[in-house]
Ligand binder design. Structure first.
Ligand code: SF4
Length: 416
């Protein structure tokens, strides 16, 4: 996750005081470092059948899901492993009958507990229950305004129900965030959603890049998706900057494309050039992609994955082995590669002058397009000129996989 507003607030302070805060070093895994943030898909069942659901969740029970006692046992291990944050997700997590018992236990164990939901089930009484349980944060997905959202969610009235959920929770004082995954079909709604956020007084906006693997043989500067991505980020950065300058406390974050850090640096070079070196240092401390290091996923049957996009790659099951052991086991080549510092990636990422900021971005995109998890990220929207690459190509590596020129659109199942 890339925290735009954190950088903007620091810049606003720097402008006011003439001093930029020193970078906080992201810790390398060691005995005293915290464990990863765990996104936990507790249930696969969902009341919706969204167009972009990666795992084709449906409204029926799925076999072999973790029992409540098994969940509690895993939580003990996660706590001992110093996991700070649990994001409870699905499917639709509110369809799990014991969701509140799990959340209450998690709160009592002093986890920061988030809930990732489509929001359509949250009426006033359920909002109260969520509030009283003490969830630290509730993320509600909106794919656009009104009919756009309904179309994505394949449910007429879904937008109204999700917005009502936002209002119920806001009224009670629960922290709420809107989660928006941008595609070609809803990019036009981003300005309206940002306005909605302001009007409704919503605390947080999470812009998720579609985990788009790209097409082969493209010119990055002209590719429509890349252009739309850059326009969206321009809007997010200017909105977050205006909020920070006005002393606001809205949070703007992005996910699924670590080139956003590099793009922020370019924004700073253009708008606030005197802070570019300080921001660069801080971006390097952030370090880019952290799948398999600072972010983890446990799926509904207990299989552990490097993140929610790696559902096709299991690392081990918490029913058979503690998460803490699975997570530190680098006998799996993927985990060894993800935990390597620096990661060994090839292509334009290996020659990129911003590699220390971005970390080579999203490995699952490279793997899905080329068959090689360590190839360059085809979802990078920066031009060769911007990354200082003189290889003379703007092409995604062509292999048996990428020559199919397929566009993969991976969205983690549920609403993480
Ligand atoms: S070329 Fe690779 S390392 Fe450089 S910004 Fe793009 S994705 Fe990140």
């Amino acid at each position: 996750m890339f925290r735009i507003s954190q950088f903007m607030h620091e810049l606003a302070r720097a402008e006011a005081t003439g001093m930029y805060p020193p970078p906080l070093r992201r810790g390398t895994p060691n005995a005293s470092a915290p464990g990863p943030v765990v996104i936990w898909n507790l249930i696969r069942r969902c009341n919706l059948t969204c167009k972009h659901c990666y795992a084709f969740s449906a409204d029926h029970d799925y076999p072999d899901e973790l029992s409540k006692d098994e969940v509690f046992g895993v939580m003990e291990d996660l706590k001992a492993f110093r996991v700070p944050v649990l994001i409870l997700s699905g499917g639709e997590p509110l369809m799990r009958p014991d969701i509140f018992e799990i959340a209450e236990r998690a709160k009592a164990m002093k986890f920061y507990v988030g809930l990732s939901t489509n929001g359509t089930l949250i009426d006033e009484p359920l909002a109260r229950r969520i509030h009283e349980t003490g969830f630290d944060y509730v993320g509600i997905s909106l794919d656009g305004i009104g009919a756009t959202h309904d179309k994505f969610r394949r449910l007429q009235g879904a937008f109204d129900r999700s917005l009502a959920a936002v209002r119920h929770l806001q009224k009670l004082g629960t922290k709420v965030g809107l989660r928006f995954t941008m595609t070609e079909l809803n990019a036009h709604d981003l300005p309206n959603l940002l306005e909605l956020m302001q009007v409704e007084g919503v605390d947080k906006f999470y812009f998720s890049h579609l985990n788009y693997a790209g097409r082969g043989n493209i010119h990055r500067g002209k590719d429509a998706r890349h252009v739309a991505t850059r326009q969206a980020l321009d809007l997010l950065y200017s909105t977050a900057w205006a909020d920070a300058q006005a002393g606001g406390h809205h949070e703007y974050v992005t996910g699924n494309n670590d080139a956003d850090g590099v793009y922020l640096l370019q924004w700073v070079e253009q708008h606030l050039p005197r802070w570019k070196d300080s921001v660069r240092e801080r971006l390097i401390a952030w370090g880019g992609n952290s799948s398999g290091v600072n972010v983890a996923n446990i799926d509904n049957v207990g299989e552990v994955h490097p993140d929610t996009m790696w559902w096709h790659h299991g690392l081990g099951n918490v029913k058979a082995r503690p998460f803490s052991e699975i997570w530190m086991d680098t006998s799996d080549p993927l985990m060894a590669g993800l935990k390597a510092k620096p990661r060994r990636v090839s292509g334009r990422c290996s020659a990129c002058r911003h590699f220390a900021i971005c970390g080579g971005n999203t490995r699952v995109r490279a793997q899905q397009v080329t068959g090689n998890a360590w190839a360059e990220d085809p979802g990078c929207y920066l031009t060769d000129e911007e990354i200082g690459f003189e290889g003379g190509h703007n092409r995604v590596e062509t292999t048996a996989f990428s020559s199919r020129r397929r566009v993969i659109e991976l969205v983690p199942f549920g609403d993480d």
